[in-house]
Design a protein around this ligand. Structure first.
Ligand SMILES: [Zn+2]
Length: 145
């Protein structure tokens, strides 16, 4: 298995079938980056130190990191949506105030106080649509566990 490290990527040949593969290293913040050989399905990953490992990403810490990444993306998407629904007032000093319209406050307060099981089918569906983003991560983890 030939491995060539560059500052932000790793080039190597699949230990199983010899196919040339390429893996982009992640920043220390995201810690881990993985890929697999499309020819034989052998998995590879690098951690924060950039050293290439063979096998799937398995540790609980890795799982938490991947899920936290999705959670952040979900939260950021929600905040953008919330801001887009607010009435914006220019304070004249370079700052703005965002005010949530009363209808939305009423609706969201009701949703906050409603258990999932009692939501409307449409409301449940929007929660299911979010979970779809994290399901592949959990499935990959369970296959290893
Ligand atoms: Zn291969």
């Amino acid at each position: 298995m030939n491995i060539t490290y560059t500052p932000d990527s790793v080039s190597f040949t699949c230990a199983n079938c010899g196919k040339e593969l390429h893996l982009r290293k992640r920043s220390p913040e995201t810690e881990i980056s993985g890929t697999f050989c499309p020819q034989c399905d052998e998995h590879y990953y690098t951690r924060w130190d950039g050293i290439l490992h063979r096998g799937k990403i398995v540790s609980e810490q890795d799982l938490i990191e991947q899920l936290a990444d999705k959670e952040h993306a979900r939260w950021a998407k929600w905040m953008l949506y919330l801001f887009s629904k607010c009435d914006v007032y220019d304070d004249g000093d370079g700052y703005e105030q965002y005010v949530i319209p009363r209808e939305l406050v009423t609706r969201w307060k009701r949703q906050v106080e409603t258990p999932y099981a009692d939501l409307s089918e449409q409301e449940k569906q929007s929660d299911r649509d979010e979970v779809v983003h994290i399901l592949p991560i959990i499935q990959a983890y369970r296959q290893e566990g």
